[in-house]
Design a binder for this molecule. Structure first.
Ligand code: 0WK
Ligand code: 0WK
Ligand code: BGC
Ligand code: BGC
Length: 951
């Protein structure tokens, strides 16, 4: 049974035995006792023969190692390969270089991993691995902490060899007939509609889940007439041809994706899918902003890397051995899938055969004997390789396999061939580890993490043979990562069904969210209507003194500044987010300002009028101290951002509080007197005195402040806590004496007469109901910072109650009024913010959600803020068109001075406002000029003008 090399073995063992006998006297040292000498002799005589065998063993190892030196990759090389693969991934993801990229990085349109709410009954097809399977998959939804469950029934259908190189239609007819047979056999109704999930393990370019163009075949498939065609369409047509089934193909996924989803059902950290089977491939969840080929920056998408093609562009040439080149040349897709041919089950056996063949031809094995079987492609399979490496039985298996190849292997031939198998399969694991390390490093970098905890879902016959090797090498290459490997226990169809269930869930979620947000999406017609209603409201307000929804309050400001203003003025600014005291010094058309900001506590806003104005007087006193002007006697302008009826520039009767204010005993009172009284009340220790020469609305102050820079500025807009606009109205409208006067429109009141009821949503009604001034300021409650966050919260509450968000958990936080401040809208909607950051904002708010939740929250914020900006744009179009018509102009150039946190800080508000104004008032060229120093300077300017006018 032994061949010439066995002769070798015998001679050598005889040699060693005689050597041990000869050397024995050498060890007869006199000073040792007999007993110890006897022991040494015994050992020598026993060991020698074994060490001889051992020596032979080492020898054949050594021979193989030298022969396959290029296949033994050490960590530096693996890190180098990993770095190369990362570069390939980048190439594949970028729109510029994707077309030429060897690693295709195909978007799969799978945007999320399972979250346990998936449910349904599906039929599934699993084509492309070593077995074609038809399955029925029942997914039970998880309840609370109890995770859902999946029941599956499957049947394997052989694929006749000729179909692997036949026409596409023939192959898919076989697939759909197998499906029908399965439905029949399992008594699954042929009438009832069955959603079908299709695992298709070849590279496809998807534009959506149920459409995928075949890029190329791989492994042992060489079917004709399908490359570049839509595989889902081909399957649907085959099912129609077979007939008698009511099946709807809802999703097609790659086996890596389905494997990731299968493992993701039980492990939320599973964001990578890996197949090491007949073929090899990996997929992972990538940030959508890095996927150039798919629109959108929000969320994630699973990318099917198709890493089998790594090296097709020569990137691995210095690692490819002659044996790899031979395997490639003999394959049915030469030059393609280079990495796959070094790694996957389709090729490992062949690699081993070619190495054994070459060593035999060189007389290093089987005494140079070469059998026809050994020369035959495919005679050594990957299953053989695995058998040869088996622990304990490996050598026997090797002998049996080589014998079957009509060879007469000696023991050391067997050792050598077993070692060849080990080197080839080890290289496979090492290369996969290098590829995986590249993907995991990229995910870690994407998430800005120092360490990464992640799970890899795996399947495939090769992996099942050598799982641990891969784990060890990956952990050695990425010591800082905590990588868990989960073998997909039931193949990929569970995952494919979950993708379909997720697709169904996302589709219905999408639809329900669209339905919920639809009322916020205002059409051009609706915006035109709002413009017309705003215009009608402006006109009505001018006609009817104070009874109309839009008050149109005269400001007694007759002109914008002309640069002649001079002197030092104090400006007080109440009504926005804070109270601001400011010192303005006008000199030679220049203004020097000093200011200090004070908060107004809620209890003061909603306390007594006296407390409020005492607080203001206290702040003024503090400011003058801070300015070192203890005993100042200054003219002052008072910006009071609430509707006031004025009869002169220095008096203003508060019509009604708005925003968060409701201090008592103020409405119907002159705010200038109330301030003067407060200062007087401080008489015992008030060292300063103010000559309040003007009280202005913040819109008027803002207009004046900007007009100081741009004389064309004749409109003031506030888009902040509240919203409002003022503009220079023509004389005939206000008072025959004067040419123009600035009108404080108080447009926040539009709709108080029901004129906006057709666009007000139930969420707006809720916000209005919960506000401190229900029924009033309806337009403001749709557009300003005080309310947008609350509208968003109401929508999120409704979506959560509907189970569409936060897994239906309505937390106390979500029920808390005012918790969702408008500043969060600005943060969440900023383009720079990745979804993860949105998630962290929500987490800070105690709203634990998924990536999908973050996408929806961002969408709700966007819908609410966009509507607000559009409504303000419609209002502004009404104002500028009125001014244009007032002046009988075909075209108007005008500037709007703007202030307010919403306008200044929200990432999109200002642009949407401008665009909407342009569209709705095409005959006006409107420039929006953000006010630098707030309305205080404007108030000081008005004080200066008032002083000039009244000397
Ligand atoms: C089992 C999966 C199938 C995948 C196969 C890969 O259900 O989708 O294609 O693993 O392993 P292979 O059968 O090629 O060894
Ligand atoms: C800054 C102005 C002030 C105005 C405020 C509005 O100086 O008069 O009330 O802008 O913006 P908000 O602070 O409400 O965002
Ligand atoms: C295919 C991949 C597939 C892999 C594992 C490769 O040949 O190109 O799409 O995922 O085999 O089955
Ligand atoms: C007030 C206006 C003010 C606007 C912006 C509204 O609530 O009624 O007077 O201009 O807020 O601050």
């Amino acid at each position: 049974m032994y061949n010439s090399s066995s002769v070798h073995t015998t001679c050598l063992s005889l040699f060693s035995l005689s050597a041990s006998l000869c050397l024995h006297p050498l060890f007869k040292v006199h000073q040792w006792g007999d007993k110890s000498v006897r022991l040494i002799n015994l050992c020598l005589s026993v060991c020698f023969p074994f060490s001889a065998f051992f020596f032979l063993f080492i020898l054949s190892f050594f021979q193989v190692d030298r022969f396959l030196y290029a296949m033994r990759l050490h960590d530096d090389q693996l890190k180098d390969i990993s770095a190369r693969f990362q570069a390939e991934m980048k190439k594949g993801l970028s729109a510029e270089s994707n077309a030429a990229a060897a690693v295709k990085m195909l978007p799969t349109h799978v945007r999320s991993t399972p979250d346990g709410t998936e449910k349904g009954q599906f039929v599934a097809l699993d084509l492309g691995g070593s077995k074609f399977k038809v399955l029925q998959v029942k997914v039970r939804e998880g309840m609370g902490i109890r995770r859902g469950g999946v029941e599956m029934e499957e049947k394997i259908y052989p694929i006749p060899k000729e179909l692997l190189s036949g026409r596409g239609t023939e192959l898919f007819d076989h697939v759909s007939e197998s499906l029908k047979d399965f439905l029949h056999e399992k008594n699954i109704s042929l009438e009832k509609k069955h959603p079908l999930a299709f695992t298709f393990s070849f590279p496809c370019e998807h534009s959506k889940l149920d459409q995928g163009l075949l890029v190329n075949w791989s492994k042992n498939y060489r079917v004709r007439g399908l490359q570049g065609k839509d595989v889902v369409k081909t399957l649907r047509e085959a099912i129609d041809r077979t007939g008698g089934m009511n099946v709807e193909v809802l999703a097609m996924v790659n086996d890596t994706v389905a494997t990731m989803m299968t493992c993701g059902f039980d492990d939320q950290y599973c964001d990578v899918g890996l197949i090491i089977g007949t073929g090899t491939n990996a997929c992972y969840m990538e940030g959508l902003r890095n996927v150039d080929l798919v629109e959108g920056d929000e969320g994630r998408m699973c990318i099917n890397t198709e890493w089998g093609g790594f090296g097709d562009d020569g990137a691995l040439n210095d690692y490819i051995t002659e044996f790899d080149r031979e395997v490639d040349a003999a394959s049915n897709n030469p030059g393609k899938q280079i990495f796959e041919k070094m790694v996957s089950g389709m090729y490992l056996g062949e690699l081993v055969r070619l190495v054994v063949l070459k060593m035999a031809k060189r007389g290093k094995l089987f005494d140079g004997q070469v059998s026809d079987a050994l020369r035959t492609t495919g005679k050594i399979t990957t299953a053989h390789v695995a058998a040869m490496e088996q622990y304990k039985t490996g050598l026997n298996n090797t002998r049996d396999i080589l014998t079957e190849l009509d060879l007469n292997p000696s023991p050391d031939d067997c050792v050598a061939v077993q070692h060849i198998s080990t080197i080839v399969s080890f290289r496979s694991s090492n290369l996969v580890a290098a590829g995986l390390a590249a993907i995991l490093s990229r995910i870690k970098r994407n998430r800005n993490l120092r360490t990464l905890r992640i799970t890899v879902g795996v399947d495939g016959t090769v992996y099942k043979t050598y799982p641990k090797r891969l784990h060890k090498v990956v952990r050695r290459l990425l010591p800082e990562c905590h990588v868990r490997f989960v073998l997909s226990d039931s193949g990929s169809s569970k995952g494919a069904a979950l993708v379909t269930a997720v697709a169904q869930r996302l589709a219905s979620l999408r639809q329900q969210v669209d339905e919920t947000l639809c009322p916020f999406k205002l059409s051009q017609e609706q915006l035109q209507l709002v413009k017309a209603r705003m215009r009608a409201g402006l006109e009505a307000g001018l006609k009817t003194k104070g009874s109309s929804a839009i008050k149109m309050l005269p400001s007694y400001v007759y002109r914008t500044p002309d640069g002649t203003e001079h002197g030092k003025y104090l400006a007080l600014d109440l009504g926005g987010t804070n109270f601001r005291a400011m010192m303005v010094n006008f000199k030679r058309q220049n203004a020097r300002l000093y200011h200090k900001i004070y908060t107004i506590p809620l209890e003061i806003m909603q306390g007594t009028g006296e407390e409020l104005f005492d607080h203001i007087a206290q702040c003024v006193s503090d400011f003058l101290d801070y300015m070192g002007m203890k005993n100042a006697h200054l003219p002052a302008g008072f910006t009071f951002s609430f509707p006031c009826e004025q009869t002169a520039i220095d008096t203003g009767t508060l019509v009604s509080w708005t925003k968060g204010y409701k201090a008592t005993d103020c409405e119907g009172h002159d705010v200038v007197s109330m301030l003067r009284e407060a200062i007087k009340r401080r008489n015992n220790n008030a060292t300063f005195d103010l000559d309040i020469v003007a009280v202005v609305n913040d819109t008027v102050g803002t207009m004046m402040s900007c007009a100081y820079e741009d004389p064309q500025c004749e409109i003031g807009l506030i888009a902040g806590t509240g919203t409002n606009v003022c503009y220079m109205e023509e004389k005939k409208e206000v008072d025959a004496e004067l040419s123009k006067m600035c009108i404080n429109t108080e447009w926040g009141g539009l709709g108080d007469d029901g004129s906006l009821d057709d666009i007000i949503t139930p969420y707006d009604m809720e916000v209005n109901q919960n506000s401190i001034n229900p029924g009033r300021q309806r337009f403001e409650k749709l557009t300003s910072g005080m309310y947008l966050g609350e509208i968003v919260r109401q929508v999120l509450l409704d979506l959560t109650r509907g189970g569409l968000l936060f897994r239906g958990h309505v937390t106390e936080t979500l029920k808390t009024p005012g918790i969702f401040e408008t500043k969060y809208l600005s943060q969440i909607e900023s383009d720079r913010l990745a979804l993860l950051q949105v998630r962290s904002i929500l987490q800070q708010l105690g709203l634990k959600g998924t990536c999908d939740d973050s996408i929806i929250v961002k969408e709700v914020c966007g819908a609410v803020s966009r509507r607000a900006a559009q409504l303000c744009g419609a209002g502004m179009a009404a104002v500028v068109d009125k001014i244009r018509e007032n002046r009988g102009l075909d075209h108007l150039n005008i500037t709007v001075g703007v202030d307010g946190a919403l306008y200044k800080l929200h990432p999109h508000f200002s642009r949407v406002l401008k665009d909407t104004t342009e569209v709705l008032a095409p005959q006006c060229n409107v420039t929006f000029l953000p006010s630098e120093e707030g309305s205080g300077k404007g108030a000081a300017l008005i004080s200066a003008v008032a002083r000039q006018m009244h000397g």
